[in-house]
Design a protein around this ligand. Structure first.
Ligand code: C2E
Ligand code: CA
Ligand code: CA
Length: 752
C-alpha cells in the first residue's frame, strides 16, 4: 500500500515537472492542463506528507502556498484582462510569497546552529543586495512606468520586497552548517523556481517586453513539482528537527555569494542614475542599510576570530580531563610568580603530587574509574589550597600546586600537609568508596638562587621520588643533598663508560675452601674500580648502575676473560690444584644478551680453560624476568660443560617450582643467613632448609660471608662443607693468590 502511494505521488510530481515544459514546447498552455498539473502536485504533496508524518504546520504552509500560487498561475494562464482579475492574480501571488517567507522563516529558525548569527547577517546581505538589484532593474521602472492600476503596482512592490526577504531566508538555510537533506535541497530549488517566475512575471509586466504564457508559468509549475518532491522524500520528516552538523560547511560558496551581493548592487548603483527624488531616497537608504549589515558582519567576524584565538590558547594551556592548567601553563605561572617575588620576602612553593599506585587503579578498575579518581583528586586539591594558589595537572597522575605567597619552609610544609590531609577521606566514586594517597615533593624558589621554573619543578619532582622511596603517602622537602646525589650518580654513569678503556677496573679473587678436604677448591672473582684520584667505587654502588645503563655487558665480558686468563696462569704455575675452579658473577642483563653464550665459549677457548672449571653465578632475578630466554642460555651453557651457581640464595622471590626448571649445580647461601648462625640458640632452620633444598636439586652448597669459627662449625654440623668469607680470606689481587693459597692450605686451622 505504501509502495503504491509512494509511486503514485512520485509520478504526480514528475508529471507536474514535465507538463509545463511540454506545454511550453507545444507553444501554449491550456488552462485545463495547468489546472490538472497543479491538482496532481497538490495531491502528491498531501500524500507525501501523510506518508512521512510531516509536521502539520508544514503541510498546511506548503499546501496554502501552492494553492495560492496555483490560483495565480491559473489566472495568468487564462490571460485574465479585467482589472478585478489582475488585482486578484497579484493578490494571490503576494499571498503565496507571504506564506513562503513564513515557512522559510520557521524552517530557518530550526536549522540554524552554532554560528546562527553570522549566517543571519550573511543572509541579510544577500537579501539586501538582491533588493537593490530588483529595485533598480524591476521595481523602480514598474513604478514609474505607465502600468495603470496603482493597486497592482503596490501589490507588485510588496511582492518584490518579499522576494528579497525570501532570498535572505533561503541564503540562511543554504549557508547554515546543518547537514542539508534532499528535502532541503529540493525545497531550496523550489524557492528559486518561484523567484525566477516572479521576476519573469514582473519583466513581462513592463511595457517594453512581453513573455509567452508558457514561459511565465514554467518556473512556477517546476517549483510546485520540486516542492512536491521535497515533501515526498523521507527526509521531509526531519525538516523541522535540529539537524546534524555538516562536516564541510559551504564556506567558499557563501563567501562568493555574499561578496557578489555586496559588489553587484554597488556597480549597478554607480552605473545608473536615479530617475527621481524617490528613487534617490530608496537607493540611499538601501545602500546605508546594506553597509550597516556588512559592517555588522565584519565586526562579528573579527570577534569570532578573537574568540577562536582565545579558545586555542586556552586549549593549549589546559588539561582536557580536569580543566586545570597543564604543564606548560604551570611552568609559565611558576615563572611569573618567581619574577614577581623578586625583592619581596616571598618564596613561591611548588608541590609535586603523585597519586600512589595509580597504575594499579587504572589496571584493575579500568580507565574510566581512573579518570573519576583523577577528577575527584583534582577537586580535593583545588579545595585544599588557598584561593591565591594554583593547581595544575601536568601528566597522568601528577599534579602540581603553586603557592606564590609562601615566605618560609614551614609555610610550604603546612601547605603540603593540607594537601595530603585533603586526600585522607575516601573518594566516593560510582564504583564505590576508594582510598587513595599521594606522595608529595616540596620545592621552593629560594631567593638566593635564581632558579628557572623548570628547575624548581624538577626539584619538586626529585623530592617527590624521595617521598615515594620513603614509603609513599608522605611529604619530602627538596634539599641540596638530593642534587648532589643526582649529580654524583650522573658522574659515575659517565665515568663507567670509560672505565674499561682507561684500565681502571681489575679483578680480585676470594678463595672458596672445602672444610673437609682442607684445600682451596676455587675462587670467586670480584670486580674493583679504582678511579685514580677520584678514589675507589664499591661494586655495590657501580654494579647496579652498570646494569641499568648496560655497561655491565662489556664489563662482564672483560671480567670473564680476565678471570679465566688468571686461572690459566695459576694452573700453569702450579699455584693451584688441577681441579680448582673460578666463579664469575653474571648479571641478568648479560644473560639476556643473545651473544652471551658465544662470549663464554670464546673466552674459554682463548684462555684454554676446560669448561668444567668455570662457575657462572647468577641471582634469582634472572629467573623472574624473561625466564625463557635465560633458561635457553643457561641450558646451552650447561651443554658446553659450564656450571651454574645460584647466588645470594634466599633473598629473591623465586619459587621452588621455578627453581626446579633451571639447570643449577650450586646454591650459595646468602651472607645474611650465615650471619644469623650463632651457637647460642639462634635458629638454623632457614639454612638447614636451603641445604635440604639444594640437595633435592642435586646441587652442592657454598656458604658466603663466613666471618667466625662458630658459623663455620655450625655449617659443618649442617653438612655444608664449602665456605667463603673474611674468616678464610678477603678477596686478594691476582698477584697475591699464590701466597694466599699456600698460607691457607698450610695452616688449615679451619679444617674440620
Ligand atoms: P656477591 O656476588 O654476593 O659477592 C660477594 C660479596 O661479599 C663481595 O662483595 C665480597 O667482597 C663480600 N664478602 C665476601 N666475604 C665476606 C664476609 O665475610 N663478610 C662480608 N661482610 N662481606 C663479604 P663485593 O666485592 O663488594 O661485591 C658486591 C657485589 O657486586 C657482588 O656480590 C656481586 O653481586 C657484584 N659484583 C662484583 N663483581 C662483579 C662482576 O664482575 N660482575 C657482576 N655482574 N657483579 C659483580
Ligand atoms: Ca657472587
Ligand atoms: Ca653472593
Amino acid at each position: 500500500m505504501r509502495k503504491v502511494l509512494a509511486s503514485f505521488a512520485w509520478s504526480a510530481a514528475v508529471l507536474g515537472l514535465v507538463a509545463p515544459w511540454t506545454g511550453l514546447a507545444a507553444g501554449g498552455a491550456r488552462p485545463v492542463a495547468v489546472g490538472a498539473s497543479c491538482a496532481l502536485l497538490l495531491i502528491g504533496c498531501i500524500v507525501g506528507a501523510f506518508m512521512h508524518a510531516v509536521p502539520r504546520f508544514l503541510v498546511l504552509a506548503v499546501v496554502t502556498t501552492g494553492a495560492s500560487a496555483a490560483g495565480g498561475a491559473y489566472l495568468v494562464a487564462t490571460g485574465a484582462t479585467t482589472d478585478t482579475a489582475r488585482v486578484l492574480r497579484d493578490c494571490l501571488l503576494l499571498g503565496a510569497h507571504v506564506l513562503l517567507c513564513a515557512t522559510l522563516f520557521a524552517v530557518t529558525r530550526r536549522r540554524l546552529r552554532t554560528d546562527g548569527r553570522a549566517v543571519l547577517v550573511d543572509g541579510a546581505v544577500v537579501g539586501l543586495g538582491s533588493w537593490v538589484v530588483l529595485w533598480v532593474l524591476l521595481l523602480q521602472p514598474a513604478l514609474s512606468g505607465s502600468q495603470g492600476l496603482p493597486a497592482v503596482t503596490t501589490l507588485r512592490g510588496v511582492t518584490l520586497t518579499l522576494l528579497a526577504v525570501a532570498l535572505f531566508l533561503l541564503a540562511t538555510v543554504v549557508f547554515s552548517d546543518a547537514q542539508p537533506t534532499p528535502t532541503v535541497s529540493l525545497s531550496s530549488l523550489a524557492v528559486i523556481g518561484i523567484l525566477c517566475g516572479q521576476i519573469l512575471y514582473l519583466v513581462d509586466a513592463r511595457d517594453t517586453t512581453s513573455i509567452g504564457t508558457s514561459v511565465l508559468l514554467a518556473p512556477f509549475l517546476s517549483a510546485g513539482a520540486l516542492a512536491g518532491g521535497a515533501m515526498l522524500h523521507p527526509s521531509s520528516r526531519i525538516l523541522m528537527s535540529p539537524s546534524r552538523r555538516r562536516s564541510a560547511p559551504p564556506l567558499m560558496a557563501r563567501l562568493v555569494t555574499v561578496t557578489a551581493s555586496m559588489v553587484v548592487p554597488v556597480i549597478l548603483l554607480s552605473a545608473t542614475d536615479p530617475v527621481s527624488a524617490d528613487d534617490r531616497t530608496v537607493r540611499t537608504v538601501s545602500v546605508v542599510v546594506l553597509a550597516a549589515a556588512v559592517m555588522t558582519r565584519v565586526v562579528q567576524a573579527v570577534r569570532a576570530n578573537a574568540r577562536t584565538q582565545a579558545n586555542l590558547v586556552r586549549n593549549a594551556q589546559t588539561d582536557p580531563l580536569t580543566g586545570l592548567p597543564n604543564r606548560n601553563a604551570m611552568l609559565e605561572l611558576i615563572e611569573d610568580s618567581t619574577s614577581e617575588a623578586w625583592g619581596t620576602p616571598r618564596q613561591p612553593t611548588v608541590l609535586f603530587i603523585d597519586v600512589d599506585r595509580f597504575k594499579n587503579i587504572n589496571d584493575s578498575l579500568g580507565h574510566s574509574a581512573g579518570d573519576d579518581v583523577l577528577l575527584e583528586v583534582s577537586r580535593r586539591l583545588v579545595g585544599s589550597v588557598p584561593a591565591h594558589a594554583r593547581v595544575g595537572r601536568i601528566s597522568g597522575d601528577e599534579f602540581v600546586v603553586l603557592d606564590p605567597a609562601t615566605e618560609s619552609a614551614t609555610q610550604a610544609v603546612v601547605l603540603a600537609e593540607h594537601v595530603l590531609d585533603s586526600l585522607r577521606a575516601p573518594l566516593s566514586l560510582r564504583q564505590g568508596d576508594m582510598f587513595v594517597s599521594a606522595s608529595i615533593g616540596v620545592a621552593m624558589a629560594v631567593r638566593s638562587l635564581s632558579l628557572t621554573a623548570d628547575e624548581i619543578l624538577r626539584h619538586a619532582d626529585t623530592a617527590m621520588y624521595r617521598a615515594k622511596a620513603a614509603g609513599r603517602n608522605c611529604i619530602a622537602f627538596f634539599d641540596d643533598s638530593m642534587v648532589e646525589r643526582v649529580t654524583h650518580r650522573l658522574d659515575i654513569e659517565t665515568a663507567l663508560y670509560r672505565a674499561l678503556e682507561r684500565e681502571e677496573v681489575h679483578l680480585v679473587h676470594q678463595p672458596i675452601i672445602d672444610t673437609r678436604l682442607g684445600i682451596v677448591v676455587g675462587f670467586e672473582s670480584l670486580m674493583r674500580w679504582d678511579r685514580g684520584d677520584n678514589g675507589t667505587v664499591s661494586p655495590a654502588e657501580f654494579i647496579p648502575i652498570a646494569e641499568e645503563t648496560g655497561t655491565i655487558v662489556p664489563l662482564g665480558s672483560w671480567a670473564l676473560l680476565d678471570a679465566l686468563t688468571n686461572l690459566r696462569q695459576w694452573m700453569d704455575t702450579g699455584t693451584c690444584g688441577p681441579h680448582t675452579t673460578i666463579s664469575v658473577n653474571v648479571s641478568a642483563r648479560q644473560l639476556h644478551d643473545p651473544t652471551f653464550v658465544s662470549v663464554v665459549s670464546d673466552s674459554l677457548s682463548r684462555s684454554g680453560v676446560p669448561p668444567d672449571r668455570l662457575w657462572l653465578e647468577v641471582t634469582e632475578s634472572v629467573m623472574i624476568a624473561e625466564p625463557t630466554q635465560a633458561l635457553a642460555s643457561l641450558r646451552q651453557l650447561n651443554s658446553l660443560g659450564v656450571r651454574i651457581a645460584i647466588d645470594d640464595f634466599g633473598t629473591g622471590y623465586s619459587s621452588l617450582s621455578l627453581l626446579q626448571r633451571f639447570p643449577i649445580q650450586r646454591v650459595k647461601i646468602d651472607r645474611a643467613f650465615v650471619n644469623e648462625l650463632r651457637a647460642d640458640g639462634g635458629s638454623h632452620t632457614l639454612v638447614r632448609t636451603i641445604i635440604a633444598m639444594a640437595e633435592s636439586l642435586g646441587a652442592d652448597v657454598v656458604a658466603e660471608g663466613v666471618e667466625t669459627m662458630e658459623q663455620m662449625d655450625i655449617l659443618s654440623s649442617l653438612q655444608c662443607h664449602k665456605a667463603q668469607g673474611y674468616l678464610i680470606s678477603h678477596p686478594v689481587a691476582s698477584g697475591a693468590v699464590a701466597s694466599t693459597v699456600t698460607a691457607l692450605e698450610d695452616s688449615a686451622h679451619w679444617r674440620r
